[in-house]
Write a protein that binds this ligand. Structure first.
Ligand SMILES: [Zn+2]
Length: 183
């Protein structure tokens, strides 16, 4: 039974459209059990900073909760193929939360049209809520962006973004869950 599951999972992975996977390095070090996260209400208003438990789950648990694409992107540091994600061209007002744990990550007010085919923002909704990690994979020096609470891989941040920050948070739609303003 276990063997069948593995086989099925591998086959599923191979047919995922354009999700590129790389080996995850052993970067998870010992760290505190809690993290301070900025909270927001449905209108996007910041309501304070709360200390919350970090969320850590096994691959099996994440797979029950996520679609195959969401799992490969957030938990295996995959990248969805450009222009395939559902939020690249989303111009509605609202908030983008982590698909894994619901932490508020980006507000539509900072979203801009980058032309890359990935949803792009010039700032996170709160610096507490994302974490930058050095990423030297694939022969490039990049800065990976993670959810601060559950360590979901979100995408990368580059320094060729628009004003006022000059940053371009190049995110995967698969890592995000959009809620229109007021919902
Ligand atoms: Zn998260």
């Amino acid at each position: 039974m276990r063997h069948q599951l593995c086989t099925r999972r591998r086959a599923m992975f191979m047919v995922l459209p354009g999700v590129f996977i790389r080996q995850v390095s052993a970067k998870r070090m010992t760290r505190s059990k809690t993290v301070r996260i900025a909270e927001f209400d449905a209108s996007g208003k910041r309501t304070g900073v709360t200390e919350v438990e970090r969320i850590e789950k096994s691959d099996e648990e994440w797979q029950k909760q996520l679609t195959p694409v969401q799992f490969q992107v957030t938990r295996k540091e995959g990248t969805e193929r450009a222009f395939t994600g559902k939020y690249a061209a989303n111009h509605d007002g609202g908030m983008y939360r982590c698909i894994c744990c619901g932490t508020a990550l980006f507000d539509s007010k900072t979203k801009f049209e980058s032309g890359t085919g990935w949803p792009s923002f010039w700032a996170p909704i709160a610096k507490e809520n994302v974490k930058n990690v050095s990423d030297n994979s694939m022969g490039m020096q990049r800065t990976e962006v993670e959810c601060a609470r559950c360590a979901a891989h979100l995408g990368h941040v580059f320094t060729d973004g628009p004003k006022p920050t000059g940053l371009r948070y190049c995110m995967n739609s698969a890592s995000l869950d959009f809620a229109p303003r007021g919902h």
